[in-house]
Design a protein around this ligand. Structure first.
Ligand code: MN
Length: 220
């Protein structure tokens, strides 16, 4: 599957604040991140650390806590491990141009293998997440080519009739909304808030910081 070379080829690092294509391993070797990304369309990028990179899928509708709901997940190019901390604005006109939020972050444990990269090559990975929003047992199952399904297993953390992306919309790093990130980082606030740069939202939810006021950082 597409490697860090593809990651590098798609981007101009003089233009984008995204991290360069370095391989590395975290202390646990098993981090995961979900990034909410308003590019041409809103989607959620689901990433799992394996073999020095973040294996990555774009999930258009985001994760669902209901085991009956299978969410389409398109495998995309591997991302560098440092990408897990990236929250900000990719300039318009650059690859993936738009606003990126760290929507959830934590560690995972594979359940059906010790070799995560091999399980991904085979097309089925069961794993359990220990995030701030997502917990418990999940599966990624390939249906064809780059097309996978992200499925919640039935466990204590499963829930029906609750859209976790609506209940918990903001950044796990900074508690900001997409519109607030866009505003802080010089992005398109209207597009971040509504998906359409020409549409004026009735309310963006953006609270403007006064000059000199520190960014709020979430501490537990
Ligand atoms: Mn994306």
């Amino acid at each position: 599957m597409a490697s860090l070379k593809d990651y590098e080829k798609k981007r101009r690092f003089a233009k984008t604040p995204e991290p360069g294509p370095e391989k590395k391993t975290t202390r646990s070797g098993r981090i995961f991140v979900i990034q909410k990304h308003r590019a041409s369309h809103l989607h959620y990028d689901f990433r799992l650390e394996a073999d020095g990179v973040l294996k990555s899928w774009a999930v258009p509708k985001g994760p669902a806590l209901d085991p009956k709901v299978k969410r389409l997940a398109m495998q995309v190019e591997d991302h560098p491990v440092d990408y897990a901390k990236f929250e900000g604005v990719i300039p318009e006109g650059e690859y993936g141009g738009g606003t990126v939020m760290v929507w959830d972050y934590g560690t995972y444990q594979p359940e059906n293998t010790a070799d995560v990269a091999a399980a991904i090559r085979k097309g089925e990975l069961k794993f359990s997440l220990k995030g701030k929003k997502l917990m418990g047992s999940w599966a990624l199952v390939r249906t064809r080519d780059r097309q996978w399904l992200l499925i919640k297993h039935r466990d204590h953390y499963a829930a029906e009739g609750l859209d976790v992306t609506e209940v918990a919309p903001a950044s796990i790093l900074t508690r900001r909304t997409l519109a607030e990130i866009a505003e802080d980082e010089g992005g398109d606030v209207r597009k971040a808030a509504t998906g359409d740069p020409k549409k004026i939202p009735p309310r963006t939810g953006v609270k403007r910081r006064k000059k000199g006021q520190k960014k709020k950082v979430w501490t537990r």
